[in-house]
Design a protein. Structure first.
Length: 357
């Protein structure tokens, strides 16, 4: 049996199928790692040749801004298993390469609550902790027990508790220190009886008061979330996108008050640090909703989602994002931060545009 990785490595691989914006970019080297062992071998291979590595999971939160000169590693480590805690609770351990949405349906279909509000979020399970995915009042951190990741510099397998993951809104240790860790497993603590979270506006409207909150099956909640998402968010398989392109910005109370005085219709939610503004509303007010610039554009039902109508490049998408950011900054004095990770050739347009291992 070969212990090297040469037989796993492919050359000049088109990445169009591996990113949900369907941007064409070519990886000089490419490997699909189906196990921790294959991942370690790929790491060794790259180290021996001093080849830079770029990681891709479901490809649903990346913008490819050019060809990749190094090794693209696609994490395909599968596996789901339960560890029972007691009559009510169990831990679901997921391989990083499992599909997130299928895992949600699997957990909810087994009668376990905790992640049903996160249905239909595209991407892999391993990507979920990176940006602490969230929707309809629930975030991954609410149920996360631990994450196992390879420390890329040393090859060590490290287990991080939820607290050690330093989760924040669309943020984590793994996002703050890009390239340091490669997630291989994550474990979620789910429960048959924890209260459902149905308070978020659209979800509360969807489930009428006749649905007694705590008697709904978690799968019914997941189905409600799917119906709501389908109303506004484009299916990446039909209209390529990466979900929200910007984070909802948080401003301090005095900024919020002056914005509210000038724009009474502004949408915001109080959070610990101040007020979280709906970026979709800000972009919408600037008239971008439904905008199309040949190959790329802004979704017609959710201004926070940029779309690729076909043949758009990463540069096209980033140029549009920049125009939107400038327009929102001029109009409202609010700075928008991009949500997806940008993968660009070394030396391209400064440090924000790099994201390698
Ligand atoms: N709005 C507009 N115009 C728009 C879009 C939104 O006026 O074009 C207004 C809506 O009417 C609503 C408010 O903005 O009053 C918020 O909109 P929405 O409920 O659609 O949620 P969001 O803040 O735009 C966030 C997440 C989504 C998540 C939803 C539901 C972020 C960056 N985005 O969007 O996450 O699904 O809440 O919980 O926090 C993602 O991260 O990729 C994503 C889709």
């Amino acid at each position: 049996m070969s212990v090297g990785a040469d037989h796993l490595i492919q050359q000049s691989v088109d990445l169009t199928a591996f990113n949900t914006l369907r941007i064409r970019a070519v990886a000089r080297y490419f490997v699909a790692a189906r196990s921790l062992l294959e991942l370690q071998r790929a790491r060794q291979w790259a180290r021996q040749r001093q080849v830079e590595c770029v990681l891709i999971g479901g490809g649903s939160n990346v913008v490819l801004a050019g060809d990749v000169a190094g090794l693209v590693i696609l994490i395909m480590i599968r596996g789901r298993r339960w560890e029972t805690i007691d009559d009510d609770r169990a831990t679901l351990v997921l391989g990083a390469g499992e599909n997130w949405h299928e895992s949600v349906l699997y957990a909810a279909g087994s009668g376990y609550r905790g992640i049903e509000n996160l249905a239909l979020i595209p991407g892999s399970a391993g990507a979920a902790p990176v940006q602490n995915i969230g929707a309809y009042g629930v975030e991954l951190r609410d149920t996360l027990a631990y994450v196992q990741a390879v420390e890329w510099r040393t090859g060590r397998l490290i287990t991080f508790s939820g607290e050690e993951c330093r989760f924040a809104y669309r943020d984590s240790l793994f996002k703050q220190e890009p390239g340091h860790y490669v997630i291989v497993n994550l474990a979620l603590t789910l429960s048959r009886s924890r209260p459902l979270s149905l308070g978020y506006g659209e979800l509360a409207e969807y489930f009428s008061s006749a649905d007694s909150a705590n008697t709904l099956a978690p799968l019914a909640v997941a189905e409600g979330v799917m119906a709501i998402r389908r109303r506004k968010l484009p299916d990446p398989a039909v209209l390529p996108n990466v979900g929200s392109f910007f984070k909802n910005p948080v401003v301090c109370e005095s900024d919020w008050l002056s914005l509210k005085a000038r724009y009474p219709g502004i949408v915001a939610f109080p959070v610990a640090e101040g007020f979280k503004l709906a970026a979709g509303w800000l972009i919408d007010q600037c008239g971008w909703k439904g905008f199309r610039d040949e190959r790329v554009g802004v979704h017609s039902r959710q201004a926070l989602v940029l779309v690729n109508h076909g043949g758009g490049s990463g540069r096209d998408v980033l140029a549009l994002a920049q125009r939107i950011r400038e327009n929102v900054a001029e109009t409202f004095g609010v700075s928008l931060e991009m949500e997806p990770r940008v993968i660009a050739p070394r030396g391209a347009d400064g440090p924000d545009f790099r994201s390698g291992l």
